[in-house]
Design a protein around this ligand. Structure first.
Ligand SMILES: Nc1ncnc2c1ncn2[C@@H]1O[C@H](COP(=O)(O)OP(=O)(O)OP(=O)(O)O)[C@@H](O)[C@H]1O
Ligand SMILES: [Mg+2]
Length: 331
């Protein structure tokens, strides 16, 4: 699957400068603000995750950057072109969008669908590209099936194949793994990874936070306005203090004596369960060995010493769960 994907996009040369920039970009529908004041820059070859709750404006951002909707404020460049009606054709030549809903002709076969879109996109050597796109998404043997008879996940894959037809520099994937089983989702991840290795810029909206954490170089969290942007590990560090958790078989007689004054340990507290302690640390690689030596010296029976791990999901929930805008929208 990866080799096929690599072949499929081998024709596009990488460009200089940012792949996408947005400056104070916004879109409103009448009184409803879909998203506003969104600014970011995405480099060529980057996998950029775009996260946020339902109604946050992710799809509208994708449709705006993809020239399907005109912004109502701000500016953007896509594939080096200012986002403006006169550049829409040039931009569309360089991008592809896999939309939330596959939007296939259900009465046509898989191959007929792809040939139809290849025709629409004026793709040369359409037959070969359709075959390569089908191979890339592991649908080589389903080409003659009518799309209406395919399962949801298989239709998603046809939609992904369609997005690959035009050999895009920039690929917008709007929830590409929604509704896929774990194996199919993993296959989609491998495909995305393969595309990234070939330098395709990927703008990925998803509700699967572990997917974003695994695939994305950087993520942005949108909730009408941008809440944060950065590498997943940077966001974790910004939001959460570094800690290590120590568990001993029996409670320590004098934990203050054991943990007090250790290098790189800023403080400690007992953590609910007897024999469990959380240490606030500035550098776990110094604090953990030091704590281990102190525990052994104190005769403690150590069960575990572990660096606390905060996932991207923790970051997301911290930023979004208490967000009044999100609760207002779903009220
Ligand atoms: N064509 C439209 N006309 C009016 N309002 C719209 C239109 N398209 C989107 N909206 C509104 O804009 C807001 C953002 O919608 P959008 O589809 O971008 O959210 P999203 O982040 O993609 O959500 P989800 O995670 O559910 O896909 C929502 O309040 C939505 O109802
Ligand atoms: Mg959406």
């Amino acid at each position: 699957m990866l080799d096929q994907a690599s072949q499929l996009i081998a024709g596009q040369a990488r460009q200089k400068g940012p792949a996408i920039t947005a400056r104070g970009l916004g879109k409103r529908f009448g009184d409803r603000v879909a998203f506003s004041d969104v600014s970011f820059e995405i480099g060529y070859g980057e996998v950029f995750g775009f996260l946020g709750p339902n109604g946050a404006g992710k799809t509208t951002t994708v449709r705006t950057l993809g020239t399907l909707l005109a912004p109502t404020s701000g500016s953007a460049t896509v594939a080096g072109f200012p986002l403006a009606p006169e550049n829409a054709v040039e931009i569309r030549r360089r991008i592809a969008i896999m939309p939330e809903a596959p939007g296939l002709y259900l009465k046509l076969t898989v191959v007929e669908n792809l040939e139809c879109f290849a025709d629409l996109y004026e793709i040369s050597e359409a037959h070969d590209r359709v075959a390569a796109a089908l191979q890339a998404v592991n649908l080589g043997n389903r080409g003659r099936d009518t799309c209406g008879t395919l399962s949801k996940g298989l239709r998603q894959r046809v939609a992904l194949a369609r997005a690959l037809l035009s050999d895009p520099e920039i690929l917008f994937l709007d929830e590409p793994t929604a509704g896929l089983d774990p194996v199919a989702a993993r296959e989609a991840h491998e495909l995305i990874d393969g595309l990234r290795k070939r330098g395709v810029t990927i703008f990925l909206t998803t509700h699967r936070l572990e997917e974003a954490e695994r695939l994305c170089d950087r993520v942005a969290i949108l909730n009408t306005t941008l809440r944060t942007i950065g590498r997943p590990d940077e966001l974790r560090d910004q939001l959460f203090a570094r800690t290590i958790t120590v568990r001993t078989l029996r409670p320590l007689a004098d934990p203050g004596k054991v943990f007090g004054g250790l290098e790189a340990v800023d403080g400690w507290r007992a953590d609910g369960a007897a024999g469990s302690y959380v240490l606030a640390v500035s550098d776990a690689s110094i604090a953990a060995p030091g704590a281990t030596r102190a525990l052994v010296a104190a005769g403690a029976d150590v069960l575990s010493i572990a660096e606390s791990h905060h996932s991207l999901e923790d970051v997301y929930l911290e930023l979004i769960a208490e967000d009044p805008e999100a609760s207002r929208r779903t009220a």
